[in-house]
Design a protein around this ligand. Structure first.
Ligand code: ACO
Length: 428
């Protein structure tokens, strides 16, 4: 393979460097293209643009491979805990026993959230969307923990902010859940690990000690691990681009949470359940809804189907489908919505429309069913996705800073009006 490619424009030929990744991915480096030729590249939706060089997550959408720092997602989901995976993503290697112990201890030390933050949390209407609350609360951490705003930050300062964000996120997410239920908040307990502490604050009660079922702890660990990073998707690119202006970690992650909210991204897990409920209420005729999804004059899309990069299968969907069957069986839940999901999947996977377009169930086709079985209300689902994605956002933000990447600033091709003269409004 050559180190350069040639680009011919009119009678001139330009040499552009080729960049090769450790998994043999190839890219043409066009950083100097505009200076050399006057051209920019046009790639709406960045479908074919490598925005960075990253050592965090590798995925091959054609084959259905996903690895965090070189470790296959299947092994991590089966054998590790969410906190181990968070450590791996953020610091680059799996932790030793001492390292994970210390990491957990540091996090436990910071799980309490400034009591004054509760005052404005209390001001949210109780039926306001959890994602609106989450993005606001995470952004406001910069007001309550202004250390993150110091213009010169040592590596230790940055790490302190990382630990605080990881720690306070579980508390904030459980507050939001408790508010949606009209229940009083529960304080963290340092005797628990990261995921159990979150479940304790979420499903615990003030009146008596509630034992969290280990089946639920395991399911939650798997779900969070599967969502922990997914390279340069919409929300992660948002975190990196906001952070590239040297905005602090809290505001960068808050922007990522906003990007995640949309139904074409993290909001899909909520949209899937709402769609399945609608199909159920409509009599459960899956063929009718498949036909609607195929009809170009109908805006309906099969939520939880299709993915920008997975064009064969989503490896996370395989793991989660099994986890979903296991947890429903262990909890003894027979969910008609799951039966509809299975029928939809079966029909769609045989249908030429979906086959030709390489549309397969993605991770969120099943995650909502598990969250529902665990007792979370539908509009909390994307918040749980955000809790899982947090280590990935942090790792990507940290990498962007350590690589000293320049401020993100795409170009455009202007297609608007040219040279118009101002005409004052005729007020007669
Ligand atoms: N149902 C029906 N048709 C679909 C679907 C779907 N879910 N997804 C894509 N298509 C069709 C499109 O209409 C288009 O058809 P055409 O070529 O005849 O015009 C073709 O498949 C390609 O679709 P695009 O939108 O161009 O694909 P893109 O890669 O841009 O979008 C996306 C990917 C946004 C995920 C899309 O598949 C979708 O909207 N899916 C439903 C929402 C969803 O599940 N999102 C979660 C993604 S996973 C995550 O963020 C964690």
């Amino acid at each position: 393979m050559s180190d350069t490619v040639q680009l011919k424009i009119d009678d001139k030929t330009y040499e552009l460097p080729v960049v090769k990744g450790t998994e043999d991915e190839l890219a043409i480096d066009i950083t100097k293209l505009r200076d050399l030729t006057g051209y920019v590249t046009l790639d709406i939706g960045y479908k074919n643009t490598g925005a960075t060089k990253s050592a965090i997550t590798f995925l091959d959408g054609e084959v259905g491979i996903l690895k965090y720092r070189g470790y296959p997602i299947e092994q991590l989901a089966e054998k590790s805990s969410f906190l181990e995976v968070a450590y791996l993503l953020i610091y680059g290697d799996l932790p030793t026993a001492d390292q994970i112990g210390n990491f957990q201890k540091q996090i436990n030390h910071h799980t309490l959230v400034h009591e004054d933050m509760k005052k404005f949390f209390d001001g949210f209407p109780s039926d306001s969307h959890p994602m609106g609350q989450l993005t606001t609360l995470v952004s406001s951490l910069s007001a309550f923990y202004p250390d993150s705003l110091k213009p010169i930050q040592t590596a230790q300062d940055v790490n302190n902010t990382i630990i605080k964000l990881l720690a306070k996120m579980t508390t904030i997410v459980s507050w939001i859940y408790k508010k949606s239920m009209g229940h009083p908040v529960i304080y963290p307990q340092n005797k628990y690990d990261y995921v159990t502490n979150f479940l304790h604050m979420t499903f615990g009660q003030r009146t008596e000690e509630v034992t969290i079922d280990p089946v639920i702890v395991d399911a939650m660990n798997v779900l969070l691990i599967l969502h922990a990073d997914h390279e340069q998707n919409c929300s992660t690119s948002t975190v990196r681009i906001v952070g590239s202006s040297e905005s602090n970690l809290y505001s960068s992650v808050s922007a990522g949470i906003s990007a995640l909210w949309g139904p074409l991204h993290g909001g899909a897990n909520q949209a899937v359940i709402e769609m399945l409920e609608k199909i159920k209420e409509d009599g459960g005729d899956t063929d009718k809804w498949i036909n609607k999804a195929k009809d170009k004059n109908d805006p309906f899309r099969l939520m939880g189907f299709g993915h920008r990069v997975y064009k064969n299968f989503d490896p996370r969907a395989k793991i989660i489908k099994k986890a979903c069957d296991d947890i429903l069986e262990k909890l003894g839940i027979d969910d008609e919505v799951l039966n509809i999901a299975k029928r939809l999947e079966e029909v769609a996977l045989k249908d030429p429309y979906f086959i030709e377009r390489k549309l397969y169930p993605n991770v969120d086709f099943y995650s909502g069913i598990i969250y529902r079985a665990l007792g979370f209300p539908t509009d909390m689902f994307t918040v749980l996705f955000a809790l899982g994605r947090l280590p990935g956002w942090i790792a990507q933000w940290k990498e962007m800073k350590e690589n000293k990447e320049p401020i993100g600033r795409p170009r455009q091709i202007y297609v608007g009006a040219v040279d118009r003269d101002y005409v004052p409004i005729d007020k007669r």
